[in-house]
Design a protein around this ligand. Structure first.
Ligand code: SF4
Ligand code: SF4
Length: 204
């Protein structure tokens, strides 16, 4: 029937309008900022840099590979790579950013930087109350302002952070197993070189 959809829509609107006076479930607005809706796990606002341990500088996962800087569509990430290196989570020496800025007045929250990062170093924050009178300097965050602990990451995205931890632990275990096998092979080779007669006797 012509206008059927409009009548159904009006009926739904009326049901929610009158229902909101008697049912909390139909009360779709809250009195912000006194009242707040709990943030959902999939929420994303602007990126932050993850660090492990207690020291943001020592534990920063970012290795300044600059992939995110190249892939960011509005080009709002600025990175400068260190001249020296520091150990990463598996003990491998890596560069680190001496400068890592994000201009969140330009960032469009697309999450591409997160998706392209091979080191699980950049994730999306859920913090949205960032208003400032200083539109330019006040929204240009440096590496210290961008740094958040892995515990914080767990507190806002527990499922995702748990998966990342498991992946990194698996990678670390593989690296340690390879290092152990290499050390054992080197020790066996050294022992054989030190005692060639034993090796010849063992093979006969
Ligand atoms: S979320 Fe998108 S726009 Fe923002 S810094 Fe990352 S890649 Fe750039
Ligand atoms: S955040 Fe990730 S992609 Fe960006 S520079 Fe650091 S390690 Fe590379």
């Amino acid at each position: 029937m012509l206008g059927d959809g409009i009548l159904k829509g009006m009926a739904e609107t009326a049901r929610n309008f009158f229902g909101s006076f008697v049912s909390d479930e139909r009360l779709t607005t809250v009195e912000y900022p006194e009242q707040r809706i709990p943030t959902v796990e999939a929420a994303r606002v602007f990126p932050f840099l993850v660090y492990d341990g207690a020291n943001w500088e020592a534990g920063m996962r970012c290795v300044a590979c600059q992939i995110c800087e190249k892939e960011c569509p509005p080009k709002c990430i600025y990175i400068e790579k260190s001249a020296d290196k520091k150990p990463d989570f598996v003990g491998k020496q890596q560069f680190y950013p001496t400068r890592f800025d994000i201009d969140v007045s330009v960032c469009m929250s697309c999450q591409i930087c997160v998706e392209v990062c091979p080191f699980e170093a950049i994730k999306m924050d859920t913090q949205f109350e960032l208003a400032t009178e200083d539109r330019f300097g006040g929204l240009l965050y440096d590496r210290k302002e961008l740094s958040r602990s892995n515990e914080y990451y767990h507190s806002i995205h527990p499922t995702e952070a748990g998966e990342v931890d498991a992946r990194l632990a698996e990678e670390k275990a593989k690296v340690e197993a390879r290092a152990k096998a290499a050390a054992e092979a080197a020790a066996a080779k050294a022992a054989a070189a030190a005692n060639p007669t034993q090796l010849a006797g063992g093979g006969s």
